[in-house]
Design a protein around this ligand. Structure first.
Ligand SMILES: [Zn+2]
Length: 359
């Protein structure tokens, strides 16, 4: 109950579809079908654990000498697609004739660096994608019927343009993410997923983007679902899986470690959400709960990393510098390449969190 109120469905968002009494939760299922009854165990001792494919630290294999992450299964999810898809997914901007900034390519660079470090410590590492391409076989052209239905469902105007845009959205924001969800839950079955992103502020025209002074860092864990979102059976189901398997405890503990390391490495202040789509869950100003397909679908613990404003002036200069050895001066401070700074902080946090198991 406290997780429902505090994390998953604040403000009573769950109350339209779930009724809770002392011994049972009555959960609405499909319209016209009888509700699902989730009976509570009479005591903690009699409660059965929810079966999960992921493990908490005490259930992981022991560490090996020099392989402190031996047996730990980690999935890295490089956000977006990049490459030839970057413009379509609106993760592309270019200042004059400089190298275009494409989030999907940058997240892949970071993911590969993290993978190298984690593997050297003995972890089993999986990438949800290993190149600038989708893992789904769907394409916008094959989604036009679904796009039409989706626009009509939203009472939106149907034009050639809106139909194109909606088909593209269904491709990269829904089809692709659902495919990655299936990969993670049915094939990889990792102990944790780390979703890698770079943030941005509104840049306006992608060919004349606005460069800004704002820069920040935050982390997302699954939660903050609205009553409307919970009115969909699939979202209600995904929420209940996460709620009951207690991935929250792992998400929060690992995120706390990562937030500290990344704030130290980057010097970035916490981002603050002003709307109701995200809520704070503890005293850590860097950690927010938010409902995204890309974190809700993964049934294991998920940490969603959102550092750096790509169209911040200093960050933009660092992206243009690319990857390099050692440190260079940016804005009066000697910095690692932005990719190494990001990758080192994430990899070191994972090592700090999962090591310390008995040898
Ligand atoms: Zn992103």
């Amino acid at each position: 109950m406290s997780l429902l109120d505090k994390v998953y469905a604040p403000g009573g968002a769950w109350k339209k579809t779930i009724t809770v009494s002392d011994d049972v939760a009555v959960i609405q299922t499909k319209p016209g079908q009888s509700p699902f009854l989730l009976r509570f165990a009479p005591s903690k001792a009699e409660a059965k654990a929810v079966p999960t494919y992921w493990r908490v630290k005490p259930l992981m294999p022991p560490e090996e000498p020099n392989k402190r992450l031996a047996g730990v299964k980690i999935a890295l999810d490089p956000g977006h697609l990049g490459g030839g898809w970057a413009k379509m997914e609106e993760r592309w901007f270019q200042v004059g004739n400089s190298t275009p900034v494409t989030e999907g390519d940058m997240t892949l660079v970071v993911a590969k660096m993290i993978a190298d470090k984690l593997e050297s410590w003995g972890a089993q590492v999986y990438l949800t994608r290993s190149k600038a391409a989708p893992v789904t076989s769907l394409r916008p052209n094959s989604l036009r019927k679904a796009a039409l239905a989706s626009l009509q469902d939203k009472n939106a105007t149907v034009t050639d343009f809106s139909l194109d845009k909606e088909s593209e959205l269904l491709f990269y924001r829904v089809g692709e993410i659902r495919r990655r969800g299936k990969l993670v839950n049915e094939h990889i079955k990792p102990d944790v997923v780390i979703c890698l992103h770079f943030n941005a502020e509104a840049w306006g025209n992608a060919k004349k983007p606005k460069l800004v002074d704002a820069n920040h860092l935050h982390f997302l864990i699954t939660g903050a679902m609205s009553a409307e979102e919970l009115s969909y059976e699939d979202q209600r189901f995904d929420m209940l899986v996460k709620l009951l398997n207690r991935s929250y405890n792992e998400e929060l503990a690992l995120t706390n470690v990562m937030a500290k390391k990344m704030a130290d490495a980057t010097g970035l202040p916490p981002y603050r959400y002003e709307g109701s789509n995200a809520v704070r869950v503890n005293g850590n100003p860097y950690v927010w709960a938010r409902n995204l397909l890309a974190n809700r679908l993964y049934h294991c613990p998920v940490v969603y990393v959102e550092p750096y404003v790509m169209n911040n002036k200093n960050v933009f200069a660092r992206i243009q510098a690319g990857d390099y050895d050692g440190r260079r001066n940016f804005g009066g401070a000697m910095r690692k390449s932005i990719y190494r700074e990001y990758a080192d902080a994430v990899a070191d946090s994972i090592l700090a969190y999962y090591s310390g198991r008995p040898l």
